[in-house]
Design a protein. Sequence first.
Length: 722
Amino acid sequence: MITIEGHLERITYYNKENHYTVARLKTGKDQTPVTVIGFMPAVSPGETLKIKGRWETHPKYGQQLKVETFEVVLPATVDGIKKYLESGFIKGIGPKIVSALISRYKNRTLEIIEKNPEKLAKVKGIGKVKAAQISNFWREHHAIRDIMRFLQENGITTSYSAKIFKEYGKDAVNIIRNDPYRIAGDISGIGFYIADRIAQNLTVPKDKPERINACIIHIIERFVAQGHTFAHEEQILKRCENLFQIERSKTQDAMLTLADAGELVIEKTAGAETRAVYLKSLHEAETGIANRIKAVLSVPIPPLRIDPYRIAQEVLRKLAIELSSEQLNVLQECLSHRVIVITGGPGTGKTTLIRSINAVFEFLEKRIILGAPTGRAARRLSEVTRREASTVHKILGYNFKDGFFDKNQDNPLDADAIIIDEASMVDVYLIFYLLRAISMRCVLILVGDVFQLPSVGPGNVLADIINSKRVKIFELKKIFRQAQESPIVMNAHRIRAGEMPDLKKQYMPEKLSEFYFIEQNNPDRAVETIVELCSERIPKVFNFDCVNDIQVLTPMHKGVVGTANLNQALQKALNPGSASKGGRFNIEDKVMHLKNNYQKEVFNGDIGTITSIDTANSSLSVNYYGRIVAYDFAETEELSLAYAITVHKSQGSEYPAVIVPIMTQHSALLQRNLLYTAITRGKKLVILVGSKKAINIALKNDRSGNRLSGLANRLSVNAGAL
């Protein structure tokens, strides 16, 4: 970390939304120009800046100073003040007014503008209105700097300053001083710990009600982030006492106060000694799901006059598929139930059933909607059915501007049947909004593999619906003959049952095997092996494209065999940076979008290829499935390299070839359903690189699905009051 001071010569790039800036600073006696990059709100050419930061080397532009903190050094001399005001950052001050101000107040001019703006009206050419305008411009220009100074004093990164200023405006510092815990809920990315650090620096008492309330909300939100829909009351009491030194009685009183205010719901749970504490929104979603499903099930479904023979013939005619007796039975039942769940492992015919259901409903002239939780899963569903399929968000008409869904109980979906594939990925909130938008005459069919990783969001919806025994469940168990010939499918089912996969080298007559295990206990050697597999061995033997056909899936981000290190190694091998123009990205890099961006119509987990990098305009373009999407350099925080991705990010996708590093270094994250999910992503080839011990750890860890949720009990036929 170094500190430099210099004159801001020019700004070459500035993002108004987040204040990301690229600028040139002249420093020292010889006025050496330096490129500085970072979040620098409200800076103007002509200002003197003192910057603290770290040197980084850009592949094209060389050394740049990445700004950690900065401050504006206001000029003290008359000449300096004159140049500063003439730079034009205060609207309404021209050369004549600047000269008049300097003439009257000399080196006290800036002090007068900031502290005694009413005195400006005494200067010729400045009346009361103009004086007020000058004062307001000054305050707005410096307000965000006050926020930055305040954050720096409290040890908080100044990258949050733009968000805080956008939310609270020029009174931000006063608002935070009055209630520092407010920012934890209002500002994205600022959690309880940051707010609490500010509060403690401001000597806020540890038992102040605002702190206790914020602490309770924080603890429940941590449970929600782990997939639970509620936290037990006793868990909250213990954490408040042990982690934040808050007395149990005061925590209990605060929870009751929050419940009275409508922020929490506290209720007794069946078979539990302690009560469940919900965020109001999650309680509303969970109870809403149960009530809506019960309501839909109460509506009789009119009998359809079509016999099994006709169904089978129609599927054969349209799809050239001869259904098994199990599949035909499921297909018949789909025509006589309001809500249905179809589940089963790979090779059991879930996709065939979806196609068949679609064909029969079309024959009956029923309007059917196909959907999936993610863009990748929807595209895959569309490919296999050869019918239009969309994300659930798109089906519901999500409006990214106001955050609401256009489709709801007052404006329901126009459909006789809705099929949602990859339903294990649907969280409580999304299924709640979907059910609200389904008419009472509609059939809902949820298709998914309950043994895969649960949703990233809260809840365990598919498993809860199955466990409730409230709706018609079809678990497909028969593995079709073609699938039985696949080592990928058979090993996936072994893992699903908690059994060790067949790791012996399999020599198949006249063709290569689909499944391999390469034992490697050393993480560094594992990375070398993976790079060699991607760059040489797999493309040479299997004729797969080294970038587009092969996907590395790893359990974690950090560590030698985490996504960060693997992506650097794979980028160097598959797309070296000799021609790099965009910092960490090169043209033709494989990248993933990290969060839903409805404005760009790009979604969390979408994978594309960088097609161009325009340094002059600080932008780059990514090709997503044939559609080009532009990014400012400041927006590239939404992108990451995607040669290696986490198993969680792969859900809903399939790849021709998958490589899975599985090492004991991952032990904290190794789970049976994680390994199962990773293996089932591969269509033609799966290679495990790692140790048998790590595989055993994963097989024995089958606790990941134990999320706190009340949905199964609310739905259960015998459910009483919670």
